[in-house]
Design a protein around this ligand. Structure first.
Ligand code: NAD
Ligand code: UDP
Length: 331
C-alpha cells in the first residue's frame, strides 16, 4: 500500500514509517517540523534502505494538504500530526483545538475528495478520563482532564460521524497507552526539547547527569507501592500495531487499545531501568501532579483478537533502547 503518514518525522510516526517500509509498504511523510527534524528521514533511510517521500506542510492548511493528495494515489492515511504537551494545552487551549482538530478535518476532507478509504488515527488513553483500569474500548468516555485529551475525543467523534456517511470507509481509532523506548538501531527515538514532562525521557536525562534527580509525583496513591501505575508499551510494538491495523482493517469504525495490558509503577520502572542499564537513578518523592490518575492500563485483548497484534517487547528492552538512544542523540 501507498500510505500518507502525517507527523511521520515525530517519535511514533518515524518508528511507524520504519515498520511500514519493512512490511513492504511505500510511505510519504507530511510534517511541519514543529516538533521534529527533517534529518529523521535520513535515519529512516539508514534503517530501511529506502527514503520515504517528504513534504514540509502544515496539515491545517487546505491547499497544502490538497497538493500532497493531488500528487499521489494513497491507499490510506495514518494521522499522527498533532501537538501533545498536556500542560501547554491547558495554557494555550485554542492552539491545541485549532491544530489537532483542524488537521484531522482537513485530512478527512482530502480523503473524501480523493477517495482514500483507510484512515488510522492516533488517539490516546487519556480519552478514558477517570474510568477505572483496566480500560476497555466499550467504556463511555469521561471528560478528559485537559484540552489535549478533548482534542483526541473530538477527533474520534468527527471521524466516526464522517465514516458513518461514507460507506466503504475503514477507520481505526488507536488509543495509545504510554509509548517509550527507541528503535534497536538507536538512530530514531524520543528527543523532547527542554526539560521532559514524561517519565522515561526524564529518567534517561537523570541517568546521563543532565538532570539532578527524578521527582516521583506522589507515593500515596492506592497502588501496591503508592506510586502511579501506567501501561508502558515499546514504541516499536506500537508501530507494528499500525501495520496490523492497516492490514486487518474492515469497513466501519474500530477502536483499539494499544498497550501491553500490564501496569507498572513509577518505582518499578525506575528499578527496571537501573537493572537493564546498570545506572543508578537518584530520586525524591514530590507532591502529586495535578490531573494524574492513580492507575491507567489497558485491557489489550481486542487488538489481539481482531488484529492479531500483541506487544512483544518487555520493560528491560524499553529501558535499554531508550538509554541507548539518549546516549547517541540526547542533547
Ligand atoms: P511528536 O511530537 O514526536 O510527533 C508529532 C509530529 O507532528 C511532529 O513531528 C510535529 O512536527 C508534527 N505536527 C504537529 N502539528 C502538525 C501540523 N499541524 N501539521 C504537520 N505536522 C504537524 O509526537 P508523538 O509522540 O510521535 O505523537 C504522535 C501522535 O500520537 C500525536 O497525535 C500524539 O498526540 C499521539 N499520542 C502520543 C502519545 C505519547 O505519549 N507520545 C500518547 C498518546 C497519543
Ligand atoms: N511521573 C513522575 N515524575 C516525572 C514524570 C512522570 O513521577 O517526572 C509519573 C507520573 O505521575 C505518572 C507516570 O510517571 O504516574 C507517567 O507519567 P508520564 O508523564 O510519562 O505519562 P502520563 O501517563 O501522565 O501521560
Amino acid at each position: 500500500m501507498h500510505i500518507l503518514v502525517t507527523g511521520g518525522t515525530g517519535y511514533i510516526g518515524s518508528h511507524t514509517c520504519v515498520a511500514l517500509q519493512q512490511a513492504g509498504h511505500s510511505v510519504v511523510v507530511a510534517d511541519n517540523l514543529s516538533n521534529s527534524k527533517k534529518e529523521t528521514i535520513d535515519q529512516i533511510k539508514k534503517i530501511t534502505g529506502s527514503r520515504p517521500g517528504f513534504y514540509k506542510i502544515d496539515c491545517t492548511r487546505e491547499t497544502a494538504v490538497d497538493r500532497v493528495f493531488s500528487e499521489h494515489h494513497f491507499d490510506g492515511v495514518i494521522h499522527f500530526a498533532g501537538l501533545k504537551a498536556v500542560g501547554e494545552s491547558v495554557e494555550k487551549p485554542l492552539k491545541y483545538y485549532y491544530n489537532n482538530t483542524l488537521s484531522t478535518m482537513m485530512l478527512i476532507d482530502a480523503c473524501r475528495r480523493y477517495d482514500v478509504k483507510r484512515f488510522v488515527f492516533s488517539s490516546s488513553a487519556t480519552v478514558y478520563g477517570e474510568n477505572r483500569a483496566p480500560l476497555v474500548e466499550t467504556m463511555p468516555l469521561l471528560p478528559a482532564t485537559n484540552p489535549y485529551g478533548e482534542t483526541k475525543a473530538i477527533s474520534e467523534r468527527i471521524l466516526s460521524d464522517c465514516a458513518a456517511v461514507n460507506p466503504g470507509w475503514s477507520v481505526a481509532l488507536l488509543r495509545y497507552f504510554n509509548p517509550v523506548g527507541a528503535h534497536e538501531s538507536a538512530l530514531i527515538g524520543e528527543a523532547p526539547s527542554g526539560i521532559p514532562n514524561n517519565l522515561m525521557p526524564y529518567v534517561t536525562k537523570v541517568a546521563r547527569g543532565k538532570l539532578k534527580k527524578l521527582s516521583i509525583f506522589g507515593n500515596d496513591y492506592p497502588t501496591a507501592d503508592g506510586t502511579g501505575v501506567r501501561d508502558y508499551v515499546h514504541v516499536c510494538d506500537l508501530a507494528e500495531g499500525h501495520v496490523a491495523a492497516l492490514n486487518k482493517l474492515t469497513r466501519g469504525v474500530h477502536i483499539y487499545n494499544l498497550g501491553t495490558g500490564r501496569g507498572t509503577s513509577v518505582l518499578e520502572l525506575v528499578r527496571a531501568f537501573e537493572e537493564a542499564t546498570g545506572v543508578k537513578i537518584k530520586y525524591q518523592v514530590a507532591p502529586r501532579r495535578q490531573g494524574d490518575v492513580a492507575e491507567c492500563y489497558a485491557d489489550a485483548s481486542k487488538a489481539k483478537k481482531e488484529m492479531g497484534w500483541q506487544a512483544k517487547r518487555g520493560l528491560a528492552e524499553m529501558c535499554l533502547s531508550a538509554w541507548q538512544f539518549e546516549k547517541n542523540y540526547g542533547q
